[in-house]
Design a protein around this ligand. Structure first.
Ligand SMILES: *Cc1c(COP(=O)(O)O)cnc(C)c1O
Length: 379
């Protein structure tokens, strides 16, 4: 079955009582049981909810995983994944990861005895050099946010396999339409479903996709024990979203390439970060690992004043955090998504005050380009 077919049909059998083609929103907290010890497999809605379970089957199929569990946010999905570990365990993390992930690791999970090392995951050798006797997980985000560095998934996948270390990949930026990390050795894939999977900027959610029975059992246990579940309505929204994932991603990619090429030629733009550009340092790797480059672009304007001028003068592009929706969003990583990353570290990662990030939407690309062009003229 092809990707678009799976996106529309996996986990989405017509409702058994009415034939409803769209999975209903089972807005209930509990289920009447037939008799003591006899029920239909549903006892309490933190533990089982048919709407959520339909979405979980859908997302497991799209990533090529064994099973999936959905959460109230991308952060709760990541938090639950880290709870597979024990105090004393060491985790190697991509160095310019999503700001919220960095905050969770450094300001919350560290207090519970986990230890984190941040390395440039574009080279597997850096991961190897950071290994300690206690390393139990490698957590990769690729391409990284916001400077779009593409990790050596293949090399790191081999290394973690050989050593029996869990490889977790945050695949939010590419979506399974362009990248399926499990095919390159990932044991677990996480997403903020808030972004491309839902795709319409109207829901917050997360997913953990597992590849074996043991992790699936444990993540399911944690989902129920901790209780950070996605609501039935949000699960339903994400399913509505994934049905069009294939067509949306093709358009994000098409528009992304056109906007990146435009920015690359623009005299007011100093540098463009987009894996689809031939001068991107991991362009060849991106072509091998991914079937498209998506709609995430960052570009350097040279100064805070220049960035401000662009951000204040766009009209169609909305100044907002988040990404992956149908509408084009523009943001300033240094003061918005990455404000919680210490400034020295931001500088080292290239997250300068002049850096602007765009999540290219699926509007007519001519309109997006005209809007950016008009704003850049003001610089
Ligand atoms: C948004 C995002 C998250 C966090 O997800 P929420 O749904 O906002 O909690 C994690 N990783 C990446 C790459 C993201 O873009």
């Amino acid at each position: 079955m092809g990707f678009a077919t799976k996106a529309i049909h996996a986990g989405q059998e017509p409702d058994s009582t009415t034939g409803a083609i769209t999975t209903p929103i089972y807005q209930t907290s509990t289920y009447a049981q037939d008799g003591l010890g006899h029920h239909k497999g549903f006892e309490y809605a933190r533990t089982q909810n048919p709407t959520r379970m339909a979405l979980e089957k859908n997302l497991a199929a799209l990533e090529g995983g064994y099973a999936a569990h959905c959460f109230a946010s991308g952060m709760s999905a990541i938090d639950t994944t880290l709870k597979l570990l024990q105090a004393g365990d060491h985790v190697i993390v991509s160095e310019n990861t999503y700001g919220g992930t960095y905050r969770l690791f450094e300001r919350v999970l560290k207090n519970f005895g986990l230890d984190f090392s941040y390395v440039d995951t574009t080279e597997a050798a850096n991961v190897e050099a950071a290994l300690t006797g206690d390393t139990r997980m490698v957590f990769i985000e690729t391409p990284t946010n916001p400077i779009m560095a593409v990790a050596d998934l293949e090399g790191i996948g081999k290394l973690t396999r050989e050593r029996g270390i869990r490889l977790v990949v945050d695949n939010t930026f590419m979506s399974p339409f362009f990248l399926r990390p499990i095919e390159w050795g990932a044991d677990i894939v996480v997403h903020s479903t808030t972004k491309y999977l839902n795709g319409h900027s109207d829901s917050i959610g997360g997913v953990v996709v597992t590849t074996n029975a043991e992790d699936t059992e444990r993540v399911g246990f944690l989902q129920n024990a901790v209780g950070a579940i996605i609501s039935p309505f949000d699960a339903w929204l994400v399913m509505r979203g994934t049905k069009t994932l294939a067509v949306r991603m093709k358009q994000h990619d098409d528009n992304g390439r056109r906007v990146a090429a435009f920015l690359d030629e623009h005299p007011k733009v100093k540098k463009v970060y987009y894996p689809g550009l031939p001068q991107h340092p991991q362009h060849e790797r991106a072509k091998r690992l991914m079937t498209g480059f998506g709609g995430m672009i960052a570009f350097e304007t040279g100064s805070l004043a220049a960035a401000r001028s662009v951000l204040d003068n766009v009209r169609l592009c909305a100044l907002a955090e988040s990404l992956g929706g149908v509408e084009t969003l523009i943001s300033h990583p240094a003061t918005m998504t990455h404000a919680s990353v210490p400034s020295e570290q931001r500088a080292r990662l290239g997250i300068t005050d002049g850096l602007v990030r765009i999540s290219v939407g699926i509007e007519d690309v001519e309109d997006i380009i005209a809007d950016l062009d008009a704003a850049l003229q003001q610089v």
